[in-house]
Design a binder for this molecule. Sequence first.
Ligand code: C5P
Length: 218
Amino acid sequence: SLPPVIAIDGPSASGKGSVAERVASHFGFHYLDSGALYRLLAYAAHHQNIAWSDAAKVASIAADMHISFAHGEVLLDGLQVSAQIRSEQMGKGASEVAVHPEVRTALLQTQRNFRQAPGLVGDGRDIGSVIFPDACLKIFLTAAVETRAQRRYDQLLQRGERADYAAILADLQQRDLRDSQRVAAPLKQLPDAILLDTTDKNIEQAVAIVVEAFKKGL
Ligand code: C5P
């Protein structure tokens, strides 16, 4: 039988990455950061002077990308690009390349290959709907958009970067809209997903809820 999958989907800056990574390490499972794949693709396209709107060209480079994850770092063709793909610009680029169905198809098998024993925790927008519809646990992780904007703002300041709260909030609202209104694999809460609203919860509390939900399903 196939290794179990815990799918954690939700909007940008909801904390799903931090939660997913900790749940994975709790159970000793593999971790798939699917947003990183879209960010990598936006980054690769940018560096090859390919427009994010060019579906066919972006999809073709998706097939050739050599991606690896090592010690929490993302490598593109063997080069460390973790910091570069975390920028707001690449977040925007990711959400632009992600609207193309052919791009999503090009990344489908790459994502499914992460399913290896003893199990996988995957986070993104369509992990529970498209990538692993048979996931044994599906979580819709979200928080109020103002809370998410505040968290991202704090994060940028901590990194010593400049940040503008109003701009971050507007960008998140735009990204939510693009991710939830697109035709291909839109972000939405599935009927079989557990809603986890972290507006008034910290990461540890959210992790504990997911860990308990998984154990209960065993
Ligand atoms: O989660 P993260 O902010 O890194 O994702 C960046 C963008 O990639 C999202 O705004 C979304 O448009 C896209 N994405 C997606 N499907 C996924 C993961 C990310 O469309 N499974």
